[in-house]
Design a protein around this ligand. Structure first.
Ligand code: ADP
Ligand code: G6P
Length: 462
């Protein structure tokens, strides 16, 4: 095992999950998800290292190799999980950056923990990075790391990518530690965002808050030039496209429809159970379609998969209760013996089952109130080589910039959502294939390899 690497990823989580095998022994398994898929080949090519938390509080794990990647666990105590991860990351920054759809908590105790953990990540990265190495820091949990790391290791080339939205100046201004966060990000050479609007918000903020000069998307600080630019993340199109063609997946998709009672329309939502995703809003629209008689009982089933997420954070608990109450009400009012209009599954699924669900669904309903990108929308497109299926997509998801042929909705507009769902259900096969073909072209071209490749080219070339 080598001590130093010339290419480093620094993220809150490691790209592996601990699993317990049939023999009771613990092992690591590569986590699903786009980021890992995109970066793993680069890591393998460059003998890179990945620094991140391994998921268990209060446990020290030694660095290890897995799947051609050198993994360096960064420990978090139980108190840090509460204050840094659940607290400042997910009860302060997450709601603030998502348009304040929940009220952010501003607490000095949470901030102190965030700073201390960011400092630990920066020190660990400084230890592992080789001379002049390229370091790519990921997401909102680690916004102070770029500047902390630059201070320790000015020789490094540092990139940062924010996977969630970057808010307008007027919202960001609420943050008591706004200056520290912006200065933290400015430690990078390149700061990447999902949308051009996020990059523009950041540049504007640098000017307003710190009075920095800028030339288009470049900000000047202490004689350095920091570039802010959009790199919309994507999915591994060909992996999903190949997977969903497997006979066993096609058979499973058929089976799913039969288990649902062969409805005329199957609508599908797949999300982490998060208040930014607009799950309650889409269920309300669907229940009104049932109540109005626009959708007949037995005609449609709405399958909502909601992965458990951040369950100890108060807002997430509240959301879970409210969604479960809402589902209970809708089913109580509109079920018939043997048919429930909403199937709610508070569970995680593997990629194969998800692919089968995507292939089975007629209407994919993606209605976040705010979302950096939303990969579920792109995964659905990648799974529909049959050119069937419609996508109802919120204007507030980053994916809306690219998937212009989706049935676009404002999730705050219940009537508009009802209209869009009905139109999506009733569209002709010809109409659907026209829309799907063009969205597939986009996702196939701008896939996740391209995202990682373009970011790294900009970081290393610029
Ligand atoms: P976010 O990053 O906010 O969770 P995205 O839509 O961008 O939202 O990404 C979610 C990822 O998690 C997707 O790759 C999706 O397939 C996966 N996912 C969502 N729900 C589930 C689930 N129930 N089981 C397994 N994976 C899921
Ligand atoms: C979003 C964030 C990621 C995060 C993921 C899952 O995609 O941008 O940084 O890892 O949600 O959330 P979790 O809190 O479980 O890591």
């Amino acid at each position: 095992m080598k001590a130093r690497s010339s290419f480093l990823i620094v993220a809150n989580r490691l790209p592996v999950d601990r699993v317990v095998g049939a023999d009771g022994a613990a092992a690591w398994r590569r986590s699903p998800g786009g980021l890992v898929t995109a970066i793993a080949p680069v890591m393998q090519r460059r003998e890179g290292a990945w620094l991140g938390w391994h998921g268990a509080p209060g446990e020290e794990v030694k660095p290890f190799d897995h799947d051609g990647m050198h993994l360096v666990p960064v420990p978090l105590s139980a108190a840090e999980v509460e204050l840094y991860y659940e607290g400042f990351s997910n009860a302060t920054i997450w709601p603030l950056y998502h348009d304040v759809v929940a009220t952010p908590i501003y607490s000095r105790v949470l901030w102190d923990a965030y700073r201390a953990v960011n400092d630990r990540f920066a020190r660990a990265a400084a230890e592992v990075a080789d001379e002049n190495a390229v370091v790519w820091i990921q997401d909102y949990q680690l916004q102070l790391v770029p500047a902390m790391l630059r201070k320790l290791r000015p020789d490094l080339r540092i990139g940062f990518f924010l996977h969630i939205p970057f808010p307008p100046v007027e919202l960001f201004w609420q943050l008591p530690w706004r200056r520290e966060i912006v200065e933290g990000l400015l430690g990078a050479d390149l700061v990447g965002f999902q949308r051009p609007g996020g990059a523009a918000n950041f540049v504007r903020l640098c000017r307003r808050l710190l009075g920095l000069q800028h030339h288009r998307n470049e900000v000047e600080l202490d004689g350095r030039r920091i570039r802010a630019e959009a790199f919309p993340i994507s999915v591994d199109f060909s992996e999903l496209d190949t997977l969903v063609r497997e006979p066993s997946i096609v058979a499973r998709a058929k089976e799913i429809r039969s288990e649902l009672g062969e409805p005329e329309h199957m609508l599908l939502g797949v999300d982490r159970l998060d208040y930014t995703k607009g799950i309650g809003q889409r269920l309300k629209a669907f229940s009104e379609l049932l109540a109005d008689g626009a959708v007949k009982p037995g005609e449609a089933v709405f399958v909502q998969i909601a992965t458990p997420s951040r369950e100890r954070v108060e807002e997430y608990r509240r959301l879970r209760n409210s969604i479960e109450l809402q589902v209970g009400r809708i089913n109580g009012e509109h079920s018939q013996l043997g048919h429930q209009p909403v199937q709610y599954l508070h569970q995680s699924y593997n990629r194969r089952e998800l692919a089968a669900l995507y292939f089975a669904a007629d209407v994919m309903v993606v209605t976040p109130l705010r979302d950096g990108m939303n990969l579920v929308a792109k995964e659905y497109i990648a799974c529909r080589h049959d050119l069937r299926g419609s996508l109802v997509l919120s204007e507030f998801a980053g994916a809306a910039d690219e998937l212009k042929q989706a049935f676009s909705v404002n999730p705050y507009d219940v009537e508009g959502m009802k209209r869009a769902m009905l139109t999506a259900m009733r569209a002709t096969p010809h109409e659907l294939s026209r829309r799907m073909r063009s969205m597939r072209r986009r996702v196939a071209t701008y896939n996740v390899d391209r995202w990682a490749g373009e970011f790294l080219a900009a970081l290393e070339g610029g």
